[in-house]
Design a protein around this ligand. Sequence first.
Ligand SMILES: Cc1cc2nc3c(=O)[nH]c(=O)nc-3n(C[C@H](O)[C@H](O)[C@H](O)COP(=O)(O)OP(=O)(O)OC[C@H]3O[C@@H](n4cnc5c(N)ncnc54)[C@H](O)[C@@H]3O)c2cc1C
Length: 385
Amino acid sequence: MTESADLAPIREAVRALCANFPGEYWRRLDRERAYPEEFVAALTKAGFLAALIPEEFGGSGLTMSAATAIMEEIQASGCNGAACHAQMYTMGTLLRHGSAEQKARYLPAIARGELRLQAFGVTEPASGTDTLNLRTTAVRDGDHYVVNGQKIWTSRAEHSDLMLLLARTTPRAEVKSRTGGLSVFLVDMRAAKGKGLTIRPIRTMMNHATTEVFFEKMRVPADNLIGAEGDGFRYILSGMNAERILIAAECIGDAKWFIGKATGYAREREVFGRAIGQNQGVQFPIARAYIGMRAAELMVHEAAALYEAGKECGAEANMAKHLAAEASWAAADMCVQTHGGFGFAEEFDIERKFRETRLYTVAPISTNLILSYIAEHVLDLPRSY
Ligand SMILES: Cc1cc2nc3c(=O)[nH]c(=O)nc-3n(C[C@H](O)[C@H](O)[C@H](O)COP(=O)(O)OP(=O)(O)OC[C@H]3O[C@@H](n4cnc5c(N)ncnc54)[C@H](O)[C@@H]3O)c2cc1C
C-alpha cells in the first residue's frame, strides 16, 4: 500500500516547521523538564493540531492518513509530538458524542488554539489497565456532578485548559451491563483548579509533562457531561482506534529518525581504516530495523485507510500500534549500538529519543493487552482476564 501523493505538501510543511525546533531546543527542555510552549503554539497556529476537526468547526478537516503523516513527520524530525498529540484524538470523543451546543462551544476555540484539550483522565493508580474497575465517582447534585477520586499519568494536565474525564456515575454493583455506569465529562480545569482539583507533576525518565490529579468534591456542570450518562466507556473505546493509529505513526517517525541517524553515522565513522557501515555486523541491524519499520508502516497505512473508510479497524489499529512501538524501540536500540559511546552523549539526541520512544510499548496500551485483544477478538481464544 503506497501513500497518496497529496500528503507530500503536508509532510514538507511539517518538516519546515520542525526545522525551527532543533535538537538543542529539545535538549534544553529535557534538562529542565519544561513544556515546549513555542513548538505547540507553532503547530497550533499552522492548523496541524486541528487536523481532524471538521472544517465546519474551524478545523482543517483532514483525513486520518494526513493526521498520521503530521505526527510521523514531527517525530522523524527529532521533535516530540507527545507534548500535544492527545488533542488530535481526545477531541474525537467530543466530536462524535458531544451535543451540538458542546461542539459549537468548544471545537472552534480548540481549532483556533484559544482552548487546549490535551488532558485525558482515564488511568487510576489502583485499577491500572482494568479501566472498568476505576474508583473516581461523579454523583449528580442538582445541575452539577460532584467528583471525588484520583487519576494518574494524566499527561499535559498543567498545560491544558480542558480534560476529558472518565468517572463512575453508577456503582458497579448496580449496573446492568459489565461496561455500563461510567460517564465522560469535559472538565474546565481553569474553573476547577483550587476548587477541588489538584494537579501534581510526576517526574519521569523523559520530558512528558505527566501528572497525578486529585478530585475532592470538584463540581462539574451537568452540561459538561458528554453524551448519555453511563455510556462513557463505549465513547472512550470508540476513540481508541484513532489514538492507536496516531501513536503508531509517531513510532514510525521515531524509527525513521533512528534509522536515518544510524545510516548517516555508519557511512561516516571510520574505525580500522574504513567506514563502520562497511561491516555487515553494523549493516545488518540497521537493515533489520528498516524492515521492521516498513512492515509496521504498512499496517499503519492499512489501519488509517480502514478508519477513514468508516470500517471496523480495531485489530489493525492495535496491530499497527504494536508493530510500530516494537519497531521504534528496536531501531532505538540499534541506533545506540551503531553509535557506540556517542549513542550515550546528550548532544547526539539519541539517548533522549531512546528514552522518549521507550514509552510506547507501555502506553497508551501495553503490549500484553494488545496481544490479549488479538487473541480474544481476532483468534477467538477465551478471554484471559
Ligand atoms: C508517561 C505516561 C503517560 C501516560 N499518559 C496517560 C494519559 O494521558 N492518560 C491516561 O489515562 N493514562 C495515561 N498513561 C497510562 C497508561 O495508559 C498506562 O500506564 C498503561 O495503559 C499501563 O497501565 P498501568 O501502568 O496501570 O499498568 P498495569 O495495568 O498495572 O499493568 C502492569 C503490567 O502488567 C501487565 N498486565 C496487566 N494485566 C495483565 C493481563 N491481564 N495479562 C497480561 N498482562 C497484564 C501490563 O501489560 C503491564 O505490563 C500514561 C502512562 C505513562 C507511563
